[in-house]
Design a protein around this ligand. Structure first.
Ligand code: ADP
Ligand code: MG
Length: 366
């Protein structure tokens, strides 16, 4: 289905509670039909932003715009947004069909049309066979699908989701993630989702906005955020990373060299990127899966010797922690297929990575 959703923009959105700033000058654009996730640790302001979008919380400063129209002062019921929360929040005494019909009754829709819409919404979440059940006769995942149907049944301008999957166990959560993604494609609406789960954010979203202490720290497509984090916080929060500390030594064709103790690390940078000055501190983020184990005869742009401190088998691969003299402990993930590898504590290993594997990141202000 084509994107029929609405575009949403936040302009300098700020929410203060007394002297405490819960949301700090957040500006963000969500294009029509996009799936945007607000990702951040607990207390970073995600729910407050969603509540400002929904109209349940009045911002201290800034504006919420829907298709360019300022809706900051519009009451929630006039915004016509669908919402799904962490708890299922279904009416326990109403059947599935009655729950889904509720927003249509509130809108005084006629019985025939209502029935048609309820059937279509239940179809959408594949619960048409469960129309006459009560919520307590459904699993957690099914209840959450009813909540989704109820939020979508009246063709909302936006669907707002606040940690809708966090009450479910891991496997069910993964299943519902897939469903949510498929649902988004089917309905073509604009979705704004909130989560503290980075895997969920990466797998579901067109765009991810990362929050810390009420501030928007970086926004982008999942792969761009993962590959090019701008700060240590983003690199660390979105996936796992090693951080290499050193001092900039000299410019190098296509990059620069960093000295960490006696180890020289080459960092590639884009031709148009500013080159850091020699003598300044450098911080590089290096993902564990971008480090390889070098065989006897192998070389790499960057290499370091170390010893395995600890390791674990993860099914799809190994996670090993390697102690190095100059770069500290490095976390490395290796595929379990390919060259046979039998890790052992204390085993000497040589690690290698290319100059493009790492990215320079800034230390965070707070
Ligand atoms: P998140 O959803 O990212 O966990 P919230 O948006 O719920 O974070 O909260 C952000 C911060 O604002 C938290 O420190 C929280 O305690 C605070 N906060 C939220 N609502 C209120 C309120 N009504 N009064 C005072 N502080 C609040
Ligand atoms: Mg929250």
């Amino acid at each position: 289905m084509s994107a029929t959703g609405h575009a949403l923009a936040l302009h300098g959105l700020t929410k203060r509670y007394g002297s405490f700033t819960a949301v700090d000058d957040v500006s963000l654009r969500i294009e029509r039909g996009q799936f945007l996730t607000l990702l951040g640790p607990s207390g970073s302001g995600k729910t407050t932003i969603l509540m400002c979008i929904a109209g349940f919380v009045a911002p201290t400063a800034g504006a919420v715009l829907l298709d360019g129209r300022d809706i900051t002062a519009l009451p929630p019921e006039k915004r016509d947004f669908g919402m799904v929360f962490q708890g299922y929040a279904l009416f326990p005494h109403m059947t599935v069909a009655e729950n889904v019909a509720f927003p249509l009754r509130v809108r005084r829709m006629g019985a025939a049309e209502r029935q048609e819409k309820v059937r279509a919404a239940l179809d959408l979440v594949q619960l048409d066979r469960f129309a006459d059940r009560l919520p307590r006769q459904l699993s957690g995942g099914q209840q959450q699908r009813v909540a989704l149907a109820r939020a979508l049944v009246f063709d909302p301008a936006l669907l707002l989701l606040d940690e809708p999957l966090s009450a479910l166990d891991k496997k069910l959560r993964a299943e519902l993630q897939e469903e949510l993604k498929a649902l988004h494609r089917r309905v073509g609406r604009t979705f704004v989702n909130v989560t503290h789960d980075q895997e969920e954010a990466l797998s579901l979203s067109d765009r991810v906005a990362i929050l810390n202490h009420g501030k928007l720290v970086q926004e982008g497509a999942p792969a761009a955020l993962y590959e090019k984090p701008r700060t240590r916080f983003v690199a660390d929060f979105l996936g796992k990373s090693n951080f290499l500390h050193g001092t900039v030594r000299e410019a190098h064709p296509g990059g620069f060299a960093v000295m960490a103790g006696g180890t020289r690390v080459i960092q590639a940078i884009a031709p148009d990127a500013p080159r850091p000055a020699a003598g300044t501190p450098a911080l590089l983020s290096l993902r564990p899966e971008k480090i390889a184990l070098l065989g006897e005869a192998e070389t790499a742009e960057n290499a370091v010797d170390g010893r395995i401190l600890s390791w674990s088998y993860l099914g799809a691969g190994f996670a090993i922690n390697v102690a190095t003299q100059d770069l500290g402990a490095l976390r490395v993930t290796l595929p379990s297929w390919g060259a046979p590898f039998a890790p052992a504590e204390g085993m000497p290993v040589r690690l290698g990575w290319s100059a493009t594997a790492s990215v320079p990141v800034a230390e965070d202000a707070d």
